[in-house]
Design a protein around this ligand. Structure first.
Ligand code: BES
Ligand code: MN
Ligand code: ZN
Length: 502
C-alpha cells in the first residue's frame, strides 16, 4: 500500500500560514478566531461560486497575497439541525482530496459553535487514509505513480491525546481495509491460493492462530465440492483457518467465511473474453475476511472470532470438472466420522463459488459451533443486476442478525439490502440426478445461489453477503478512488464492536 501522506495531530489553533481548511454549516459562519481578511475572502468566494455549505461540498480559494495563508479549503457540514448525521469518514476523504503534492494542509477542527469531538476527528483521519490509498506497485515509471509525496495532513484538534487514542483503533481498521484492497488488486499470476494463504499466515504476527490445509488434508476431511473446483488448476487448493481468541475462554466464536477464487475463468463453462481480467477479484470475500481478522487482532477485539477462506483457482483443463459431474460435499458428515454428504450435480462449472463455500461453511459449523456464520462472496453477476454497486445483497435465516447487519451498514456506509428466501425458490435447485444442482438458470440467480448455500447450513444463524457489485469496480466515493474497495471490513468490524464484544 502506498501511503501518500502522514497525518499529524496538533493543538487547536488557527494554522498561521500555508494551506488551511475550515468546516462550515450551511450558514457559512466561520469560527471567531478566523481573521477578518480571510473571512471576507471566503464569504466573497462563496457568493461568487455559489458555495452553500452543503454536506461534503467543498470550495477552494486563494488567500489574499501577503496574508500569510495560501490556499483556503472550506468543507460543508450541511444544516446544523442534521449535525448528528454528519459523515465524518467521508469528510476526511473530501479533505484529503483537496491536498496538493508537496504541501501541508492544516485543518482547523472546530466550527463557529463547537469543537469537533476526538472520535469524529479520528473518523476524519480514517477517511483521509482510505482516500489516499493507491495501488501502484506495478507502475515502474515514477510519472505514472499516483504517490507524489503530499505534505502532512495536520489536524488541529481540541484534545490531541484523546484523538490519538481513538485514531489507534481506527488505524487498525484502515490497515485491514487497505490489506483487503491490496489482495483484490494483486494480479492473479502473483496471487495464487498458496500466496494468498501466505497472507493469512502473516496474521500470526498479530496473535492470530492460523492453520493452512492443503489438498491432502482437504481430501481426508472430505471437501470434495471445493476440490472439484480447483482440480483443473495447476495450483494446489488451500483452506486457511484463522482464529482470534480475544474473548472469554470457552465463549462461542463468531465466524466469517470468504470465497477465495483467485481467478475465475468459468472452467469448462468458460466465460467470454471481455472483462475476464476482472475475475482476479473473485477472492474479494476471502480478502475481506483476512482484512477483518487483521483489523480485529490489531485492535485486540474482545471476541472469539473464526475466519475461514476457501482458496482455489477455476481453470479449464483436461483434468477440470465437467458439467454433469456429481460430487459429494462435506455436509451431513461429521468431521471425524465420515457419513455420506449431500450430492451436488454440476450444471455449470462457472457457478463455482457456492461449491467452495458449501464445504467451508459445513466445516466451520461442525467443528467450531459458532454463534453465527457470515459468508462473503463475489457470488453472482445477478446481484449486480438487482442492486447495482450501491448495496451488497444480504440473505439470511435469522432476522436479528440481518437487522444488525443492516444497522451496521447504515453506520459505516457499507450498506446491505435484504433479499427474499423461501421454499418456492429453494425448490428450483432440486436436481434430477443428485440432491441439489449448482445452477438453475438466469431467473432469480442470486437468490437460488443463496439457497444453495442455505442447504449447507443447519440452524446456526447465518447470513450471506453477495458482494459482486460492491467489492470491485466499485463506485468511486470520497474514500475510495481505486478498483478494489475493501468492502465489508468496516461493516463487519462495526458489527462485532456493536454486539459481540461484551
Ligand atoms: N465470480 C462470478 C460472479 C461475478 C460476476 C462476480 C461479475 C463479479 C462480477 C461467479 O462465479 C459466476 O460466474 N457466477 C455465475 C453464476 C451462473 C453460472 C449460475 C454468474 O453470475 O453468471
Ligand atoms: Mn464463476
Ligand atoms: Zn466466481
Amino acid at each position: 500500500m502506498a501511503e501518500r501522506f502522514k497525518i499529524e495531530f496538533k493543538p487547536l489553533a488557527l494554522p498561521g500560514a500555508g494551506d488551511v481548511a475550515f468546516l462550515v454549516h450551511d450558514d457559512l459562519v466561520l469560527p471567531p478566531t478566523v481573521p477578518a481578511d480571510l473571512a471576507a475572502t471566503v464569504s466573497r468566494s462563496a457568493s461568487i461560486e455559489g458555495f452553500k455549505g452543503k454536506a461534503l461540498g467543498a470550495m477552494v480559494t486563494m488567500a489574499v497575497p501577503g496574508s500569510g495563508h495560501d490556499r483556503i479549503v472550506v468543507v460543508g457540514l450541511g444544516p446544523k439541525a442534521d449535525a448528528e448525521s454528519i459523515d465524518w469518514v467521508s469528510l476526511g476523504g473530501v479533505l484529503a482530496g483537496k491536498m496538493l503534492a508537496g504541501r501541508e494542509l492544516g485543518v482547523f477542527l472546530a466550527t463557529a459553535a463547537e469543537t469537533v469531538k476526538p472520535e469524529h476527528a479520528a473518523d476524519i483521519a480514517l477517511g483521509a487514509r482510505l482516500r489516499s490509498y493507491s495501488f501502484d506497485r506495478y507502475k515502474t515509471k515514477t510519472g505514472d505513480k499516483d504517490n507524489k509525496a503530499h505534505g502532512p495532513l495536520s489536524l488541529h484538534v481540541i484534545d490531541t491525546l484523546k484523538t490519538k487514542k481513538a485514531v489507534k483503533l481506527k488505524d487498525a481498521v484502515a490497515e485491514g481495509v487497505c490489506l483487503a484492497r491490496d489482495l483484490v488488486n494483486e494480479p492473479p499470476n502473483v496471487l495464487g491460493p498458496e500466496e494468498f494463504a501466505g497472507y493469512a499466515e502473516e496474521l500470526s504476527k498479530l496473535g492470530v492462530e492460523v492453520e493452512i490445509l492443503g489438498e491432502k488434508q482437504l481430501r481426508k476431511i472430505g471437501m470434495r465440492a471445493l476440490l472439484g473446483v480447483g482440480q483443473g488448476s495447476a495450483r494446489e487448493s488451500k483452506v486457511a483457518i484463522m482464529r482470534w481468541n480475544g474473548g472469554k475462554d470457552g465463549s462461542k466464536p463468531v465466524a466469517f467465511i470468504g470465497k477465495g477464487v483467485v481467478f475465475d475463468t468459468g472452467g469448462i463453462s468458460i466465460k467470454p473474453a471481455g472483462g475476464m481480467e476482472d475475475m482476479k477479484g473473485d477472492m474479494a470475500g476471502a480478502a475481506c475476511v483476512v482484512g477483518l481478522m487483521h483489523a480485529l487482532a490489531s485492535r485486540k477485539a474482545k471476541a472469539n472470532v473464526i475466519g475461514a477462506i476457501g482458496l482455489v483457482e477455476n481453470m479449464p483443463d483436461g483434468k477440470a470438472q465437467r458439467p454433469g459431474d456429481i460430487v459429494t460435499s462435506l455436509s451431513g458428515q461429521t468431521i471425524e466420522i465420515i457419513l455420506s454428504g449431500q450430492t451436488i450435480e454440476i450444471i455449470n462449472t462457472d457457478a463455482e463459488g457456492r461449491l467452495v463455500l458449501a464445504d467451508v461453511l459445513w466445516y466451520v459449523q461442525d467443528k467450531y459451533k459458532p454463534q453465527f456464520m457470515i459468508n462473503l462472496a463475489t457470488l453472482t453477476g445477478a446481484i449486480l443486476v438487482a442492486l447495482g454497486k450501491e448495496n451488497a445483497g444480504l440473505f439470511s435465516n435469522n432476522d436479528e442478525l440481518a437487522t444488525r447487519l443492516f444497522e451496521a451498514g447504515k453506520l459505516t456506509g457499507e450498506t446491505v439490502w435484504r433479499m427474499p428466501m423461501s421454499a418456492a425458490y429453494d425448490k428450483i435447485i432440486d436436481s434430477k440426478f443428485a440432491d441439489v444442482k449448482n445452477s438453475a438458470g438466469r431467473d432469480a440467480g442470486s437468490i437460488t445461489a443463496a439457497h444453495f448455500l442455505r442447504r449447507f447450513v443447519n440452524d446456526t444463524p447465518w447470513a450471506h453477503l453477495d458482494i459482486a457489485g460492491t467489492a470491485m469496480g466499485s463506485p468511486q466515493t470520497e474514500i475510495n478512488k481505486g478498483w478494489a474497495s475493501g468492502w465489508g471490513v468496516r461493516l463487519l468490524n462495526q458489527l462485532v464492536a456493536a454486539h459481540y464484544e461484551k
